[in-house]
Ligand binder design. Structure first.
Ligand SMILES: Cc1cc2nc3c(=O)[nH]c(=O)nc-3n(C[C@H](O)[C@H](O)[C@H](O)COP(=O)(O)O)c2cc1C
Length: 280
């Protein structure tokens, strides 16, 4: 839908709504179903070089499986976001390069998972993060995204500044809004004093328009997406709702977001990104 289209990391997307890496995005059939039923970008499940049988949340068939699917979908104009994990810098770089050569438009480094954190320790220091992400940046053409852990040992500002310097275009952040948050969509106003509302909001505030923020977590409907956009997200990723509802969840959330935007007289979702105001 036109109202929900946006540019993310310089890539034009038909919708700000996409699946989160993992649910419904590991097997060829699942990916093709998502691709057929949703006009926006499709995110692959995280993959490593050879595939994994464990841990359960990272079971995957290995990078060649995903590269083959990307080679089929890319010529059809589908925007693919491919997610990368690995146990070493070398493995992460190799997997990212393989996916880049297969035509994916955005490469998402999944640095949020314990599997990566406990081996590569990307957030041990800013220098450590720079060494890993800088290497990947130097070797791939695609726009680069980094999924950061919800509990980040480093300051958002220092991570954001590094990403800007390295030309990382996108940071995927936790949409960890307070459960009792009250937002009036008509005015874009959150109840209470001015404060940082979520990791998405924290990164948006230090992004200076040079880093696009994607929200993941708790996006189950158009209203969740609308509020994530108000707090700074340029796109949203849907996990649990996909598991519960199947591939139709993405289109439903896109339509609900479109309706809310129309009700508020917005011609484009870009008009609301980061526009949250505070009352109280
Ligand atoms: C079954 C399952 C598998 C997942 N696999 C991955 C994965 O491979 N890579 C990744 O970055 N996140 C993975 N995640 C995390 C999701 O991408 C997302 O961050 C999380 O589910 C929060 O979003 P939600 O509240 O919409 O579910 C997985 C989540 C679930 C439930």
């Amino acid at each position: 839908m036109e109202r929900t289209s946006i540019r993310l990391g310089g890539v034009a997307l038909n919708s700000t709504v996409m699946n989160a890496s993992g649910p419904h995005s590991a097997e060829k059939g699942e990916i093709y179903e998502l691709s057929a039923r949703h006009a926006g970008a499709i995110v692959f499940k995280s993959c490593n070089r050879a595939g994994l049988a464990a841990p359960d949340n990272l079971k995957n068939r290995g990078v060649d499986h995903f590269a083959t699917i990307a080679r089929e979908l890319d010529p059809r104009g589908k925007i693919i976001v491919a997610s990368v994990v690995g146990l070493s810098d070398n493995e992460i770089v190799e997997v990212a390069v393989t996916l880049d050569r297969a035509g994916v438009k955005i490469i998402e480094l999944n640095l949020a998972d314990d599997y990566v954190q406990n081996s590569v320790a990307p957030f041990a220091s800013v220098d450590r993060l720079k060494a890993l992400v800088g290497r990947v940046r130097g070797e791939v053409q695609a726009a680069l995204a980094v999924k950061v852990p919800p509990r980040l040992a480093l300051e958002p500002r220092s991570v954001a500044d590094l990403f800007k310097m390295l030309r990382v275009a996108i940071v995927v952040c936790a949409n960890d809004l307070p459960k009792d948050l009250v937002v009036d969509l008509a005015t874009g106003t959150a109840q209470g004093a001015r404060r940082t509302l979520s990791q998405v909001h924290a990164f948006y505030q230090v992004s200076e328009g040079l880093l696009d923020v994607v929200a993941v977590g708790g996006i189950n409907g158009g209203r969740d997406a609308y509020i994530a956009h108000l707090t700074g997200a340029r796109a949203v990723q849907v996990g649990s709702a996909l598991i519960k509802e199947g591939a139709g969840a993405l289109g439903r959330i896109d339509r609900e977001l479109d309706t809310l935007l129309a009700e508020q007289g917005k011609a484009s979702v870009g008009e609301i990104v980061g526009r949250v105001a505070f009352a109280g």
